[in-house]
Write a protein that binds this ligand. Structure first.
Ligand SMILES: [Zn+2]
Length: 574
């Protein structure tokens, strides 16, 4: 196939009316030309590839045209227009400040400004990426900008308006260029495709437009690339494969599974996405966008905010009917938290999976609360009962050995949670507990949390657990503190460790969390806790408070605090 002409250049607009998506600017410019109120200095601001330089060139051509149309467009026929169209006009001068930013470069330009044009009435100086000019170049330029000759017009273009010094800003008429709307870009691509005799699926063009993120030039060059891969037919499939875009069908599928409490399918679909080489963070951000799109479909007034093709819009409207408002809002909250914590997470894949499971349980929680006393409703409760059968026994061995849990890739087909083969620490049963607890506490009062998998912890068991930790730690001060006789009693689910003085508690502080984790694993009880009490001379004891203990004391007075803690997803600083 014949090499495709770079469409961004070939289809660069030659008149104001063909500029894509910047009507507010072209209209104003045309009006100023018509009324002879043209400023002498302009600042064109906006993202890359949205038409800043194109507009500057059209302006230069139009004001030099000898025979402007009634609609204030260049005629494209007079000598001046012809010289512009063939790129030979001496009335337009372009300087790319990104590569020519020295005082010398600016002086060369200033020298030329003095001379009046030979053909036409204006000389237009376009300085691209003007924020890149050095400070001294800026200063040299300032004087010319203050008192330009009548025939000179300056158009400064920048992607970074905030870097332009106020003295320049105050001397320019400023135009803010928009990111170009998806529809505008895909329509433009459709026009190019039609003119070039290329059959392109609307969805294919839309994906290109989406990926270009408001930049028409980028969209055009991606389009060119795709055409050179795919020839005269451009399909959605070719485009998502070549641009490495995640198929939106995945988002529909996974949202459907989440909504239907089908957590196995949720995890399997996510697994497929990861296996296709997509990044978890990319996926979760995309899912957020997807949920947002469903959300705007919930309201007739906001449906217009949906930037998708008609076919996909139908799918969104359909899914919007299936999802509850509460569910969508909470899901967005979960996605947002996952997005924020993703970067700092040790096991990033797990972060996404927890978020997905949490979402899956959003719909389960109220059902659980309603049907709590009705054992015949086993179908709905199934996810919970699965977790019940899977206590944390396996963790008694292998407690602190592995730091970063990872999935092992296996070739064998994955048919259940267990097949996903977590190699350590955070097993799926545990993930499910976390998910259940958080999902349930969001929906029902704290007291009604079913005590699922916690085993009873006797004083003896706690002492054994403490001894095991002390032995592993092999540190004198810890061994001394965790001797059996120091652990005097169980106060409900809190073990009391008696100490001689407060400094003992402080020296233990760095180990507190690790100790607690170890104890909880050893005892198969996720809520067991402990506190220190100071032994008084007279034999009585006094509570020695740490932050967690203070919080627990507060909860005793006001149980709602615990609810608040889980709702805000707070972590206590131990
Ligand atoms: Zn002309």
């Amino acid at each position: 196939m014949e090499r495709f002409v770079v469409s961004a250049r070939k289809y660069r607009p030659q008149t104001f009316v063909t500029v894509v998506g910047q009507q507010h600017i072209t209209t104003t410019l045309k009006n100023s030309i018509k009324n002879n109120h043209l400023a002498q200095a302009f600042l064109f601001c906006g993202p890359r590839g949205v038409g800043k330089t194109t507009c500057a060139r059209i302006l230069a051509k139009t004001i030099n045209c000898f025979n402007r149309t009634a609609d204030t467009e260049a005629c494209d026929e007079c000598d001046s227009c012809k010289s512009f169209n063939s790129g030979q006009s001496l009335n337009v001068f372009e300087l790319d400040a990104a590569s020519n930013n020295s005082v010398e470069d600016i002086r060369n330009l200033i020298d030329q400004v003095r001379f009046a044009p030979q053909l036409g009435s204006f000389k237009v100086y376009i300085i691209d990426e003007v924020h890149m000019l050095s400070a001294s170049a800026f200063n040299a330029f300032l004087k010319t900008l203050e008192e330009p000759p009548k025939h000179a017009i300056f158009i400064l273009a920048t992607t970074e308006k905030h870097k332009i010094i106020p003295t320049i800003l105050s001397r320019c008429q400023i135009f803010d260029f928009n990111r170009i709307r998806l529809d505008d870009i895909s329509n433009h691509l459709a026009y190019i495709a039609k003119t070039e005799g290329i059959t392109a699926e609307a969805e294919a063009l839309r994906i290109i437009a989406q990926k270009a993120d408001g930049g028409l030039r980028d969209a055009c060059s991606m389009f060119d690339q795709m055409v050179s891969f795919g020839g005269t037919t451009l399909t959605y499939k070719t485009v998502i494969e070549n641009l490495h875009v995640l198929d939106y069908d995945y988002y529909f599928k996974i949202t459907d599974a989440i909504n239907k409490l089908d957590s196995s399918n949720v995890l399997l679909t996510f697994n497929e996405i990861i296996n296709n080489g997509f990044d978890g963070h990319h996926f979760i951000a995309g899912l957020g966008e997807h949920i947002r799109n469903i959300l705007v479909c919930k309201d007739q007034a906001t449906v217009q905010l949906l930037e998708v093709s008609e076919d996909v819009k139908k799918k969104y409207l359909q899914q919007a009917q299936e999802c509850g408002m509460q569910f969508l809002l909470k899901a967005l909250g979960i996605i947002n938290r996952c997005d924020v914590s993703y970067k700092s997470a040790k096991n990033q894949r797990l972060q996404v999976e927890i978020a997905l499971l949490q979402m899956s349980y959003l719909n389960a929680a109220p059902v659980e609360a309603e049907k709590k006393n009705d054992d015949s409703q086993n179908v709905v409760q199934q996810p919970v009962s699965t977790a019940k059968k899977e206590p944390l026994t396996a963790q008694k061995t292998n407690v602190l050995a592995e730091e970063t849990p990872q999935y092992k890739k296996t070739d064998k087909p994955v048919t259940s949670f267990k097949d996903l083969n977590l190699t350590s620490g955070f097993r799926l049963g545990q993930a499910k507990q976390v998910v259940q607890q958080s999902a349930v506490t969001e929906e029902v009062p704290v007291k009604e949390i079913p005590a699922v998998q916690n085993e009873e912890v006797t004083l003896e068991k706690f002492r054994l657990a403490a001894a095991a930790y002390a032995r592993d730690k092999n540190k004198m001060q810890i061994t001394a503190l965790l001797r059996a006789e120091m652990i005097t009693r169980m106060d409900d689910e809190i073990a009391i460790i008696e100490i001689e003085n407060l400094s003992q508690r402080e020296s233990f502080e760095p180990f507190r969390q690790e100790f607690l984790d170890s104890i909880r694993k050893f005892c198969t009880n996720n809520t067991i806790n402990f506190r220190f009490e100071e032994k008084k001379q007279d034999g009585t004891t006094k509570k020695a408070y740490s932050p967690i203990e203070r919080f627990e004391a507060m909860i005793e007075k006001n149980p709602l605090l615990k609810d608040l803690k889980s709702r805000l997803d707070m972590e206590l600083d131990y």
